[in-house]
Design a protein around this ligand. Structure first.
Ligand SMILES: *Cc1c(COP(=O)(O)O)cnc(C)c1O
Length: 403
């Protein structure tokens, strides 16, 4: 399994494969036993035939594994498969999406640096930007994602890096990734895109100019609500020289078992994500045609506030639909409590359809005024459309809205 025993031809062959083949077979490295499904190397350490070999591996003079915090064969298979999916030079996987976000930023900043971020972010990402970074002397500036003049002004004094999410959770607001990358690069900043909502199937941040892409693999990569995971992708220099030492010594390592679950998740990734997106588009259209619904937000609908950008930047509309119901939090709770198929849960990207009320869950930490500024009203519901029959979901929503 050590890299030095692989025939170099495997990686070259993988580069020529089309997407579906990469998802099923990319990164697979068989042991001498010839297992078909990738092996789970559930081991903390690795043994050496001789003391000299241990010494050589620690000096970096010999390839091969030493300790699973530093590297593990099951994780390496997942990293290779994800890099092939994204079209990235290198990838590292970690225990959660938040570990990926935190490491991607922290590994490259120091006291005195500036970080510029979009205002509309997943709640915990806002915590990292608003509270964690300033504690270590990093200045952070928030910008309204769609406001390119705002990005220009915030980046004029220069910045170490930019962090953004598009579509953003839960408003599905978009950032023009290409335009922001151009502004950021002129300012000497590296751009990190949290691509969880779009998935690599719908949106290719590296092709749009981004430097680094992060994922919560918990969402569509596992896709079946089983385990947590995260990934960071970028050029080999950033991943190997900047990120890797940070990960190895701070230790947000992914369990090999979870890495294996995620490898299996990737094998059905394209089938699932295509189906999620088709179903979400149908549910969004049905909701938009219902008088009891005040507003529907879905990137590939013509009434999305940034519809032209969504068509240009995203190949699919994604699996999440957000919508506003009358009656504020109470109205939203009434609808949620009347659902019989869709579960109340703040996860997303599961085969099971899940609905959450951002005001009282994922975004409850933000002051009410900040939520209003982000467009997160008290009646807003975020629906992650699953893989059930879409007619059953529509019947469920219809029944709930009657409540
Ligand atoms: C869920 C999520 C995260 C965090 O991922 P975890 O795996 O839960 O740590 C980060 N960003 C976005 C956009 C998310 O949806």
């Amino acid at each position: 399994m050590a890299e030095r025993t692989n025939e170099p031809t495997i990686e070259a062959r993988e580069e020529g494969w089309r997407l579906a083949t990469r998802l099923v077979r990319g990164g697979t490295r068989r042991s001498e036993l010839g297992e078909v499904s990738e092996a789970i190397f559930l081991t903390a350490g690795f043994r050496y035939d001789e003391a000299e070999e241990a010494a050589a591996r620690f000096k970096g003079e010999s390839d091969g594994y030493t300790y699973s915090r530093l590297g593990n064969p099951t994780l390496a298979m997942l990293e290779r498969r994800l890099a092939l999916l994204e079209g990235a030079e290198a990838c590292r996987v970690v225990a959660t999406g938040m570990a990926a976000v935190t490491a991607a930023i922290l590994c490259q900043v120091k006291a005195g640096d500036r970080v510029v971020a979009a205002r509309a972010l997943f709640g915990s990402c806002r915590y990292v930007i608003d509270e964690l970074l300033p504690r270590f002397g990093v200045t952070t500036v928030l910008v309204d994602g769609p406001d390119l003049e705002g990005w220009k002004a915030a980046l004029a004094p220069g910045a170490r890096c930019v962090f953004l999410e598009s579509p953003a959770n839960p408003t599905l607001e978009l950032v023009d990734i290409k335009a922001v990358c151009e502004i950021a690069h002129q300012a000497g900043a590296r751009v990190i895109v949290d691509n969880v909502f779009a998935t690599p199937l719908a949106q290719r941040p590296l092709e749009l100019g981004a430097d680094i892409v992060v994922y919560s693999a918990t969402k569509y990569i596992d896709g079946q609500g089983r385990c947590l995971g995260g990934a960071i992708l970028g050029d080999a220099k950033y991943v190997n020289d900047v990120l890797l030492p940070f990960l190895r010594h701070t230790g947000p390592a992914l369990s090999p078992f979870n890495a294996w679950v995620l490898l299996k998740g990737l094998e059905t990734f394209k089938l699932r994500v295509d189906a999620h997106c088709r179903a979400a588009a149908k549910v969004a259209d049905w909701l938009a045609g219902d008088k009891r619904v005040l507003k529907v937000l879905y990137p590939h609908r013509a009434d999305h506030p940034q519809a032209a950008l969504a068509q240009r930047q995203m190949r699919l509309g994604g699996g999440v639909v957000s919508f506003d119901v009358p009656g504020g939090s109470q109205g939203a709770f009434r609808v949620m409590n009347a659902l019989r198929v869709i579960d109340i849960s703040n996860n997303l990207g599961d085969t099971k359809s899940l609905v959450t009320h951002p005001t009282t869950t994922t975004h409850q930490r933000l002051p009410a005024a900040e939520r209003q500024a982000l467009g997160i009203g008290d009646g807003l519901l975020r629906l992650s459309v699953g893989l059930e029959d879409v007619e059953d979901l529509i019947e469920d929503l219809d029944r709930a809205l009657r409540a």
